[in-house]
Design a protein around this ligand. Structure first.
Ligand code: SAM
Length: 235
């Protein structure tokens, strides 16, 4: 099984849990004023479904082909397939970003729960972009996953700014402290946003790296862990 398929299957359980618990609709409160949204990384489509149910017109970009297929299947099953424009591509790729900037008019960009599955080949592919963002080789070696996420968010913010749109980020954290606030404040300022709004939401997650336990189709609670969602809006 490909690494992208494994990732999509794992995210399926986590994001269904978020959807069933109403977390996506809580995340979406702050973007209510923005009708047309560009969602970067839809995962398997539960976040997209929530945005559609809230009345948004949604354009999705997603680089994982399995996630694109699972999103299409979910939206078809729920009767919303034709309401979404799903574009398969990687926002780290400059030509893809430029085509979005030239061809899409949006009121806001959304990037919720950023991240990806990295194997050796994909890590090697992204290292030059992480270095361009400003990380050192040591930082990348020490934490490739968070290096990827920081780099991806930087490109997402730069793209939103060029599109003249605000960006809403939701990330999962163990705790929110001064360093968290400093990190986002620096990111927004560096990219050129002048307003910054940060909030938190306490929640639970089942994405603890293990296979979630199910019994007769019912998810058992043993893998539940507390999580803090950090919500950041740059305007
Ligand atoms: C953890 S999932 C979150 C999905 C969704 N936003 C949610 O909250 O349920 C992150 C998604 O972003 C996608 N992604 C990561 N990097 C990306 C990139 N550079 N361009 C497009 N999609 C990306 C991944 O493939 C994955 O499906």
């Amino acid at each position: 099984m490909s690494i992208d398929k494994i990732y999509a299957d794992k995210w399926q359980s986590s994001s269904k849990f978020f959807f069933d618990n109403g977390y996506y609709s809580q995340m979406a409160e702050i973007v209510k004023p923005y009708k047309t949204v560009l969602e970067i990384g839809c995962g398997v489509g539960y976040s997209t479904l929530s945005l559609i149910k809230d009345g948004h017109k949604v354009i999705v970009v997603e680089k994982n082909h399995n996630c694109v297929q699972m999103t299409k299947n979910l939206l078809r099953e729920k009767g919303h397939e034709t309401e979404v424009n799903i574009l398969e591509g990687d926002i780290v790729d400059e030509s893809f970003r430029n085509s979005l900037i030239s061809n899409q008019e949006v009121d806001a960009v959304i990037c919720w729960n950023p991240g990806t599955q990295l194997d050796v080949d994909s890590l090697l592919h992204y290292v030059p972009f992480m270095l361009e963002y400003g990380l050192t080789s040591e930082q990348i070696k020490e934490n490739p996953a968070s290096s990827y996420t920081e780099m991806m968010l930087w490109y997402a913010c730069k793209m939103a700014k060029t599109m003249g749109a605000p960006i809403h980020i939701i990330d999962r954290c163990g705790k929110v402290d001064e360093n968290t606030v400093d990190y986002y404040q620096t990111l927004g300022t560096e990219v050129g946003f002048s307003h910054f709004q940060i909030g938190t939401m306490e929640a639970e997650t089942i994405s603890d790296g293990g296979v979630p336990l199910q019994s007769q189709g019912v998810l058992m609670n043993v893998h539940r862990m507390p999580v803090i969602f950090v919500s950041v809006l740059f305007e």
